[in-house]
Design a protein around this ligand. Structure first.
Ligand SMILES: Nc1nc2c(ncn2[C@@H]2O[C@H](COP(=O)(O)OP(=O)(O)O)[C@@H](O)[C@H]2O)c(=O)[nH]1
Ligand SMILES: [Mg+2]
Ligand SMILES: [Zn+2]
Length: 299
């Protein structure tokens, strides 16, 4: 019987089978998967074959996202599989999502070939709407879909729901930006726990504990505990610029084809930066990722 993993604790899996019935199943034997070393063989979003209460096979993944189990580990943890899009929740206030976090996230998602919808939430808290507009404009100009929302006033929520229809969306973003509140806003019957911002920040704890997939707004949504980003993986220094659309575009005019856009002569990217055709914050994010990769942080 075909099934879809909708919840996992690491050793136990909940699999949705025909007619929406959910069974708790275990893995039979061991899976060898696509040559990656992972701490977990299966993740939410995986399509599997079940026999009785056993998962006996896994279908090939369209995509998946992983996180290094720890900084030193060579093993990875699969966070989710078969994702149509990521909803990256960010806030410009309470808390303010760092631009570098956003840009790192976008780079990795592009490397995984997972489309991102940026959800700028809590806009009811903003006094400076000019900044919001500039922010949305910047990322839209780079080709990203951006929706400004408030769960307080409901602004943008209907538009976002429309974009989720018929798709599997992964919720991502720092703690306290409104991910759980959003799930509750689209389906009050789910009653996902939400956290008080200040408490969540003081303790570094996350109110959600298990990866779980919900059916909402005519689509599915995956909520992962404490998911922030998903690390930059297996990327060479010269590749980073490929994942910054504006840097990539200008880099074609750099004198050297292997230009890293730091201090090289006749660098078209730095020239564009001086002419404000590339945003300073985006360039800083680029340098910071480059720095991490050059210093072997992800090796
Ligand atoms: N003012 C305002 N507060 C919000 C909004 N969305 C969520 N919150 C609050 O932000 C806090 C954190 O929300 P939560 O959903 O737990 O964030 P999560 O950590 O991303 O799941 C809660 O106290 C929510 O009530 C919003 O649009 N406007
Ligand atoms: Mg939450
Ligand atoms: Zn250059």
């Amino acid at each position: 019987m075909d099934g879809l993993v909708i919840k996992s604790t690491g050793s136990r899996y909940w699999v949705e089978v025909a007619d929406g019935e959910v069974i708790e199943a275990r893995i039979k034997g061991r899976f060898r998967l696509q040559g990656i070393r992972t701490t977990n063989p299966l993740a939410v979003g995986d399509k599997v074959t079940v026999e009785g209460e056993q998962i006996v096979a896994i279908k090939e993944r369209a995509n998946y996202i992983i996180r290094k189990a720890s900084n030193l580990s060579k093993e990875s943890h699969i966070l989710a599989a078969n994702i149509d899009q990521v909803l990256l929740f960010v806030t410009l206030s309470q808390p303010q999502t760092p631009n570098e976090f956003v840009d790192r996230f976008l780079v990795t998602a592009m490397a995984y070939a997972v489309p991102v919808v940026m959800v700028v939430n809590k806009i009811d808290l903003l006094e400076d709407l000019a900044y919001l507009q500039a922010y949305c404009y910047l990322y839209r100009s780079l080709g990203y879909q951006v929706i400004a929302t408030s769960l307080q006033t409901g602004e943008g929520v209907e538009e976002l729901k429309q974009m989720m229809k018929g798709k599997v969306s992964l919720l991502a973003g720092n703690s306290g930006v409104g991910k759980s509140s959003f799930i509750n806003a689209v389906d009050a019957s789910l009653q996902v726990k939400t956290g008080d911002v200040s408490k969540a920040h003081q303790t570094g704890m996350h109110t959600t504990t298990n990866a779980e997939m919900y059916q909402v707004a005519g689509g599915r949504i995956i909520d992962i505990p404490g998911i922030k980003g998903f690390g930059i993986i297996d990327m060479e220094a010269h590749e980073i610029g490929h994942y910054f659309p504006e840097i990539f575009r200008f880099s074609k005019d750099c004198r050297f084809s292997d230009c890293l856009h730091q201090n090289e002569p006749d660098c078209a990217v730095r020239k564009a930066l001086l002419l404000h055709q590339i945003s300073e914050s985006r360039y800083q994010s680029y340098l910071s990722i480059l720095d991490d990769i050059s210093s072997g942080k992800y090796r």
